[in-house]
Design a binder for this molecule. Structure first.
Ligand code: IPM
Ligand code: MN
Length: 326
């Protein structure tokens, strides 16, 4: 039976890289039907549509969603990010953002488990007296025991399938309320996983280790904002953001999970055919793996690591990777 996959190419380089991802998935031999959704900053500019509830309801019946990137410089910051991407993550309860970082030549191989529905992203806060000298703006971080615990448990389970080492990253020396909740939850859950060795890093120190000795990490678990920032750095130290893939997961599979590259729409290089599609292709491999097509997924990952695929041009890279699979 063919999988039904919703496609949001989005803005900028999004559609270019997703086209190569679809080409590669097809070459892997997995059969799927696609449903395309014209959404993002461009669509908003045309008719004001961001993400209607009818589309969200349609998505609940799909097997997966595959997204390029959304956001354009013309649209006010946050409108598309909050109204489309975060709405999607929250409404579909995609509470894990899983981001792998692998650079075999330097023995880097770790995963960041980013909590994906809470923290500073939750939308808590507001402003008063906007535009006056007495303006106030607050933006709190929302951390629930339930939300933290399910992310931490996912990370321990993942560590059990790997080298059995899990690091909590936070800033417990300053964020004494949220950090305390994270640390206690982490330590309590750790008792259920006696075979997993644990560590703790403050987020600022983790930035140093990411640059100096990323080999020390196996699995990292952290909150939404720290996870956002750390995973850009993770990409930069493991071959570049052009290789960084991600999966927004609903681990209970009560609805579709969503797969997207870590990078954004990169309007500065859009339409030039020079974006690296490997982050999108590797996100497609994560989708295959989550759908149960682990052989096809492994073949795609291996093809992307093949030196013969280090060519110039979005389409040329996609063609070369696909060529290794057929
Ligand atoms: C990411 C992106 C998003 C985020 C933006 C576009 C809202 O940076 O997926 O990392 O901050 O989560
Ligand atoms: Mn980001």
């Amino acid at each position: 039976m063919a999988y039904r996959i919703g496609i949001v190419g989005g803005d900028g380089i999004g559609p270019e890289v997703i086209a190569e991802g679809l080409k590669v998935i097809k070459a892997s031999g997995v059969t799927f039907d696609t449903v395309e959704y014209d959404l993002g900053g461009d669509r908003y500019g045309r008719d004001g549509t961001v993400l209607p509830d009818e589309i969200l309801d349609e998505w609940r019946g799909l097997d997966a969603l595959y997204l390029g990137a959304v956001g354009t410089p013309e649209v006010p910051p946050g409108l598309i990010e909050r109204g489309l991407l975060l709405k999607m993550r929250f409404a579909l309860d995609l509470y894990i953002n899983l981001r792998p970082f692998v650079l075999a030549a330097e023995e880097i191989d770790f995963r960041v488990v980013r909590e994906n529905t809470e923290g500073s992203y939750a939308g808590e806060g507001g402003s008063l007296r906007r535009g006056t000298p007495h303006e106030i703006a607050t933006q709190g971080s929302v951390n629930t025991r339930y939300g933290v615990e399910r992310a931490v448990r996912f990370a321990f389970d993942l560590a059990m399938t790997r080298r059995r080492h899990l690091t909590l990253v936070h800033k417990t020396n300053v964020l004494t309320f949220s950090g305390d909740l994270w640390e206690r939850t982490f330590n309590e859950v750790a008792r259920d996983y006696p075979d997993v060795a644990t560590a703790y890093n403050h987020v600022d120190a983790a930035c140093i280790y990411f640059v100096q000795s990323p080999q020390q990490y196996d699995v990292i678990v952290t909150d939404n904002l720290f996870g956002d920032i750390l995973t850009d750095l993770g990409g930069a130290v493991s071959g570049g953001i052009g290789l960084a893939s991600s999966a927004n997961l609903n681990p209970e599979r009560t609805g579709p999970s969503m797969f997207e590259p870590v990078h954004g729409s990169a309007p500065d290089i859009a339409g030039q055919g020079i974006a690296n599609p490997k982050a999108a292709i590797l996100s497609g491999a994560m989708m295959l793996d989550f759908l149960g097509e682990s052989n096809a997924a492994a073949r795609v990952v291996a093809a992307c690591a093949d030196p013969s695929t280090d060519v110039e041009g979005t389409v040329a890279i996609g063609d070369t990777v696909a060529g290794l699979l057929t």
